[in-house]
Design a protein around this ligand. Structure first.
Ligand code: SAH
Length: 346
């Protein structure tokens, strides 16, 4: 039985069945989540016999790092984790001036089918478990601890659609919030979704104040359905209504992500339509020049076009920031690293 990913309560329950007292759960859990222990043998505040007993009943299994890429400027590290069944997912550490941010994946592959995204090229393999999602962050926290640093923020923006794996994602965030793991503040978490309306509504009622980001990428249903098939199920009006409700309920500003793709959604007309769509909302737009994905034949607009798009929004009183790019030299776009290794037969 792999205990990595368990809460302290669950571990205490399981120990009780073996007549092991509750305070042992405290000790074991800290070894596992705060001291990087991957075996019971390392836990030297437990007796030898207890360690042997634990090792017979339980195991601590963490995903393996099978690839690690450092950007030339040292600010970004991209990891590829491999799970027990051979599935893989990417995790990214970004060192900002305001702290260390980790981008986590929630699924191996993705079934959303967005035209610009590398994660979905091979479809969905499976949901990641809560333990597998949390392990991506704990692994990086272990690494940062050696240099006296910590994980400050989490962006749930890696591969997969988090709201299609709702229970495991929330369980992972709740686990990471515990003071016996990394004591993550919910306010330092941003979850990005392609617009799964029932999931957004459920999240609004969850009672954890995380920030929501919506991948919009087009200002009309016709264009959005063309590049994001999910829009046929949950059209723009419904997504915006759910997002507004989320902002009201949580008092947190919703961010709309908008990838700029040359000659597809980058015109003044689209900027005007977008401004109209978002008028009067507690919202801001994050513009992301596309990371070209060779398989998709989609390209980045010229700088002048990007600036014109941003200016058009600002003139209409919509806050629009240009995403700072990191790690473009290390397969930064979602799913790129994984695909490269999958195609190499790894
Ligand atoms: N499924 C969720 C979270 C994963 S995608 C979602 O759709 O939001 C995280 C962000 O990366 C999304 O805004 C997505 O649109 C963006 N993204 C995907 N492929 C990209 C690419 N090639 N270039 C730039 N951003 C990309």
């Amino acid at each position: 039985m792999n205990i990595f990913g368990w809460t302290k309560e669950r571990l205490a329950e399981a120990l009780k069945e073996h007549d092991i007292p509750r305070f042992r759960a405290d000790q074991i859990i800290r070894w596992m989540y705060q001291r990087g222990a991957v075996s019971f043998h390392a836990m030297d505040n437990l007796s030898k016999s207890l360690r042997a007993q634990l090792a017979e009943q339980f195991s601590i299994e963490r995903p393996k790092v099978v690839s690690r890429l450092h950007s030339a400027d040292g600010a970004t590290i991209k990891l590829l984790y491999e799970f027990a069944d051979g599935q893989t997912a990417e995790t990214v550490l970004m060192r900002h001036s305001y702290g260390n941010s980790v981008c986590v994946s929630t699924q191996a592959g993705c079934r959303m089918g967005c035209a610009f995204c590398a994660s979905t090229l091979h479809g969905l393999q499976r949901n990641l478990t809560a333990g597998e999602i949390a392990a991506q962050v704990i692994g990086i926290a272990d690494f940062l601890r050696q240099e006296g640093a910590r994980v400050d923020t989490i962006v749930v923006m890696g591969s997969g659609e988090p709201l299609e794996n709702y229970d495991n994602v929330i369980a992972a965030l709740r686990l990471l919030h515990e003071d016996y793991t990394i004591g993550l503040s919910y306010r330092s978490v941003t979850l990005s979704t392609s617009g799964i309306v029932p999931g957004i509504e459920r999240l609004a009622e969850e009672g954890i104040p995380i920030s929501l980001s919506i991948s919009l990428h087009a200002p009309t249903d016709a264009l959005r359905s063309e590049i994001m098939p999910v829009n046929r199920m949950y059209p723009l009006a419904d997504v915006l209504r759910a997002a507004c409700m989320y902002a009201e309920r949580t008092k947190r500003r919703v961010t709309y992500e908008y990838i700029l793709i040359r000659d597809l959604n980058d015109g003044v007309r689209e900027a005007e339509q977008l401004a109209k769509l978002l008028r009067g909302q507690l919202a801001s737009v994050n513009l992301i020049p596309i990371n070209p994905v060779a398989e998709r034949n989609l390209f980045r607009p010229d700088k002048a076009v990007i600036r014109r798009f941003q200016k058009t929004l600002e003139e209409r009183h919509i806050t629009a920031t240009l995403r700072r790019e990191m790690g473009t030299d290390i397969q930064a776009a979602c799913g790129q690293l994984r695909n490269r290794l999958m195609e190499a037969g790894l």
